[in-house]
Design a protein around this ligand. Structure first.
Ligand SMILES: Nc1nc2c(ncn2[C@@H]2O[C@H](COP(=O)(O)OP(=O)(O)OP(=O)(O)O)[C@@H](O)[C@H]2O)c(=O)[nH]1
Ligand SMILES: [Mg+2]
Length: 321
């Protein structure tokens, strides 16, 4: 990480300590398929023996849909899978686990679906097996098969986790559609068999956000991790939150990646300079009937956010612990 000490001697601006954002409505994303998905999930609940909730390991504390606790989890065994650990800073894993345990979430597994040999992925089925066999519900109805519902906010890797388990135990290729933008899975799918012994079926579900994300920073953390729709929140706003976050923690790796001469607090300045450095420009018609060449700010914003999302700026923990 390029820290303050590395650029001492340069004139540093005074960085924002608070992220000001007044238009909270941009952070509310609850399209029709999410409400419908929630209803479908409730209808299937009777047959569900265990809930596997997937969330992004970069935001282990915030952004989970609180509604799940009341509507779908109930008294069933509940495993929290913190996925995309390859992109997350895990140096505070112990503190995160302690915090989650205090919140009643003691079964926590870290996974990376890009690495099928990862130990967290290997632990999912044994954990499901142990929790279901120990649960009262299983002892009551003694069925042969287990049904697991995979839930979580959009784009955290629910379908990828299902495919990874299925690949490991049945050596079969993808059953659930996966994609880089939020909202790939749009309805509760029919049961997918993922393991023969024990016989486990999984229900994939659409990513569902809390209909009222009240806290602005939580909304932006979700947006930065692609759990919200870039077009709705606005890529420049997301880039601005990223800049604020990096500057506040004194992480100036971006300066070199964007070809800047020093850290900046203004997103406009960052994006204009970065667009020029990338050679990304747009032709705009001017009042004289000719064209003016202007920097392509949106292209620069997408590039900056992409550097974060692909891990090029490093591994991150967006929550403060
Ligand atoms: N780096 C990294 N990317 C991952 C990991 N797991 C999934 N992805 C990527 O994250 C994106 C979303 O994955 P999906 O499995 O479609 O996520 P989902 O939660 O099912 O998404 P929705 O159905 O839209 O709610 C895809 O581009 C995956 O390739 C992981 O462990 N690490
Ligand atoms: Mg999906």
């Amino acid at each position: 990480m390029v820290r303050l000490s590395a650029i001492l001697g340069q004139h540093l601006p005074v960085f924002r300590q608070v992220f000001q954002f007044s238009d909270k409505n941009l952070l509310r994303w609850y399209p029709g398929h999410m409400g419908k998905g929630m209803k479908q999930m409730q209808q299937k609940l009777k047959s569900v023996d265990c809930i596997v909730e997937v969330h992004d390991a970069r935001i282990p504390i915030s952004g989970r849909n609180e509604q799940f606790r009341y509507t779908v989890s109930g008294l069933r065994p509940h495993i929290l899978v913190l996925n995309k650990m390859d992109l997350a800073d895990l140096s505070h894993e112990g503190v995160v686990r302690d915090y989650l345990t205090k919140q009643g979430m003691s079964e926590v597994l870290y996974t990376n679906c890009k690495d099928l040999s990862c130990s967290g992925l290997k632990k999912i089925v044994p954990t499901i097996n142990r929790l279901i066999l120990n649960s009262e519900r299983y002892n009551r109805n003694e069925k042969e098969e287990f049904t697991v519902m995979v839930i979580g906010v959009p784009n955290v890797g629910k379908s990828s986790v299902i495919n990874a388990i299925r690949n490991k135990y049945l050596k079969k290729s993808k059953a659930a559609a996966v994609g880089a933008i939020a909202g790939i899975t749009r309805s509760v799918l029919t049961k997918i068999k993922v393991c023969q012994d024990p016989l486990i079926y999984v229900l994939d579900t659409p990513g569902i956000l809390d209909p009222k994300v009240e806290d602005v920073e939580t909304g932006f953390k979700l947006a930065l991790c692609s759990s919200m729709n870039d077009h709705l929140v606005g890529i420049r706003h997301i880039a601005d939150y990223l800049l604020y976050f990096l500057n506040r923690r004194g992480d100036f790796e971006y300066v070199h990646h964007l070809g800047l001469s020093s850290p900046l607090d203004s997103i406009e300045e960052v994006l204009i300079n970065s667009a020029v450095n990338m050679g990304k420009t747009l032709k705009r018609k001017n009042a004289e009937g000719g064209y003016t060449i202007v920097p392509d700010i949106d292209a620069a914003a997408y590039n900056f956010v992409k550097l974060f999302r692909t891990g090029a700026l490093g591994k991150f923990l967006l929550d403060e612990v």
